[in-house]
Design a protein around this ligand. Structure first.
Ligand code: ADP
Ligand code: MG
Length: 263
């Protein structure tokens, strides 16, 4: 069976894409096999899963630009069941180098299709996108079945999200008819902050059940975990942040079952 491929995308930085990709993946990996592709040159997903900068000899740049085999680039993480293709330092150049390549927006889709043998043992492939709507993110959207959009509840959140949803619509029409907005995850929610609640209500009013019921609270343990090279689920399982991601994974799987029944 082919894995389900999900992109974690939002052109804004610092909204919780990487944190959500890492921790949802870790929670799912308890009984699924998950591969995380770090497509952000900043490499936060790699660092957050314990692959330090000096150890990133070959990763997603080697995959996307140099034509290296996926199987050679996959590494284990501290979470059993979760594997990663890290972001190698050269990835920063990929955005420009891709411009000159044939089928530049379909590279990743083609590579993953050709690696279907390697991917057959995985249930999910998560694509952690950079904070832009450039060629790397476009490659992720063309390769993906669905998009999860992490959204920080702050002023202008709705404007920000309309940009990514318009991009998803455009990619679906022009390049990848499979692509769907899978869901919106509200991150760094502060219940003591009225604005946070107001924005959350606005987003729910507009995007209805696309928005996950489960929200991720702002929690210092979540922000500490990456400096230990661990998902917050392994760093402090009892923290509110870790528990929110456990709940998010349960809701994710419930939605997956509903989606499969409906298809
Ligand atoms: P993105 O990938 O969208 O740029 P990150 O996931 O890297 O965003 O998150 C940005 C910063 O916020 C990181 O330093 C991260 O540790 C921190 N962060 C993310 N989620 C939370 C949270 N729920 N509580 C506290 N800090 C968080
Ligand atoms: Mg990130």
């Amino acid at each position: 069976m082919a894995p389900r491929i999900l992109a974690f995308a939002n052109q804004k930085g610092g909204v919780g894409k990487t944190t959500t990709a890492i921790n949802l993946a870790t929670a799912l990996a308890a009984d699924h096999k998950v591969l995380l592709l770090d497509l952000d040159p900043q490499g936060n997903a790699s660092t957050g899963l314990g692959v330090m900068r000096q150890d990133r000899a070959a990763g997603s740049y080697a995959l996307l630009v140099e034509g290296r085999q996926l199987a050679e680039l996959i590494r284990p993480t501290p979470a059993p069941g979760l594997f990663i293709v890290p972001a190698d330092p050269d990835l920063a150049g990929a955005e420009i180098e891709l411009v000159g390549l044939e089928d530049r927006e379909r590279r990743l889709a083609t590579i993953l299709a050709e690696a279907r043998g390697t991917l057959a043992t995985f249930d999910y492939v998560f694509l952690d996108c950079p904070p832009s709507l450039g060629l790397i993110t476009l490659n992720a959207l063309v390769a993906a079945d669905g998009v999860l959009v992490p959204l920080q509840t702050e002023f202008f959140a709705l404007e920000g999200i309309s940009q990514i949803t318009r991009t998803i619509d455009r990619v679906r029409r022009a390049l990848n008819p499979r692509l769907r907005l899978d869901g919106i995850v509200l991150t760094m929610v502060d219940r003591r902050n009225n604005l946070s609640e107001l924005v959350a209500n606005d987003v729910r009013g507009f995007f209805k059940d696309k928005v996950y019921e489960c929200v991720i609270p702002r929690n210092v343990r979540v922000s500490e975990a990456p400096s230990h090279g661990l998902p917050v689920l392994l760093y402090d399982f009892r923290s509110p942040g870790a528990q929110a991601y456990v709940k998010l994974a349960a809701e994710f799987l419930k939605r997956e079952r509903a989606r499969i029944r409906a298809s």
